[in-house]
Design a protein around this ligand. Structure first.
Ligand code: SF4
Ligand code: SF4
Length: 234
C-alpha cells in the first residue's frame, strides 16, 4: 500500500494497517529524516494528531488505506514534516484562565459534580480542534476551542472561587467570536462537544450581565435618532 505524506509517496509493508505504525516503518526503513511525534500509542496523549485526507485524526488510533494523503495539523506553525509548534496550548490556556485559580480545598464534591465536568476533563490537548477551526484560521487572537471548553470545565468546578474573572477573560476574542460551526466537535477524538460548551458559556455570560458585542452594536445602529427601531439599519 502507498501513503502520501505531504507530496511524497511511500510504499508501506502490506502487513501494516495502523497509521502510526506506517510512520515508524517509513522512519526505520525508508526515510530516516522523516519527522513526526508520538508517545503513548494508545490515544491518550494527543501528540500524534495529523490530518488524513483533510480530517484531523490521531495516527495511533487510525487505520489507513492506499493513497491516503497525510498532512500536519493546520493553523499552527510547522516545525518539520508532521510536527507542529504547540506553543498555543500554553498561551491560550493562560489567556483564558483555563485552570483552577482561587480554590476552596474544603469544598465537598459529589459524583454529580464530577459528572458535569467529566467529559471536558478528558481533553488531551491534541490541537485537532484548533486545526479545524475556521475562526482561528483567520484570527490567531481567538482563544479557540479547547481553551473555551476548559474554561467551561473550571467554571463548573465546585472548588473554583474565581468564576467572575474567568467569564471576563473569555469575552474578548472568545465566546462571541465563535461561529458555532461545530467543526471542532466533529474532530475531537475525546468526543467533547466543544461547540455546545461554547453555547453554554454564551448563555452563562448573558446571565451574568455580558452581551454579544456584535449584537449590541447592530442593535444600537438599528435605532434611528428619534428612537424608533429601523430594521434596515439606516
Ligand atoms: S478539545 Fe478535543 S480536539 Fe481539542 S485539544 Fe482537546 S481532545 Fe483535542
Ligand atoms: S464551533 Fe467555534 S470554536 Fe468550534 S470550530 Fe467552529 S468556530 Fe471554531
Amino acid at each position: 500500500m502507498t501513503i502520501i505524506i505531504d507530496t511524497t509517496s511511500y510504499d508501506i509493508d502490506e502487513k501494516i494497517t495502523n497509521l502510526l505504525d506506517a510512520f515508524i516503518y517509513i522512519k526505520e526503513s525508508l526515510n530516516k529524516s522523516f519527522t513526526f511525534k508520538y508517545a503513548c500509542k494508545s490515544g491518550n496523549c494527543g501528540s500524534c494528531a495529523v490530518r488524513v485526507n483533510g480530517v484531523e485524526k490521531l495516527a495511533c488510533t487510525t487505520s489507513f488505506k492506499s493513497s491516503d494523503v497525510i498532512l500536519p495539523l493546520r493553523n499552527l506553525p510547522i516545525v518539520k514534516d508532521l510536527i507542529i509548534d504547540n506553543q498555543n496550548i500554553k498561551d491560550k490556556l493562560l489567556l483564558s484562565q483555563a485552570f483552577l485559580s482561587t480554590f476552596n480545598n474544603e469544598a465537598s464534591i459529589s459524583q454529580h459534580d464530577v459528572d458535569i465536568i467529566d467529559i471536558e476533563s478528558s481533553c488531551i490537548l491534541c490541537n485537532s480542534c484548533y486545526s479545524s477551526c475556521p475562526v482561528y484560521e483567520v484570527n490567531k487572537e481567538f482563544l479557540g476551542p479547547f481553551a473555551l471548553t476548559r474554561v467551561y470545565r473550571y467554571l463548573n468546578d465546585t472548588k473554583e472561587l474565581s468564576s467572575k474573572s474567568k467569564l471576563d477573560a473569555i469575552q474578548k476574542n472568545g465566546v462571541w467570536d465563535c461561529t458555532l460551526c461545530g467543526a471542532c466537535s466533529i474532530v475531537c477524538p475525546q468526543s467533547i462537544d466543544i461547540k455546545n460548551d461554547i453555547v453554554k458559556l454564551q448563555n452563562l455570560s448573558v446571565q451574568n450581565g455580558y452581551q454579544n458585542p456584535a449584537f449590541s452594536s447592530s442593535f444600537e445602529s438599528n435605532f434611528s435618532f428619534d428612537g424608533g427601531f429601523n430594521p434596515n439599519g439606516f
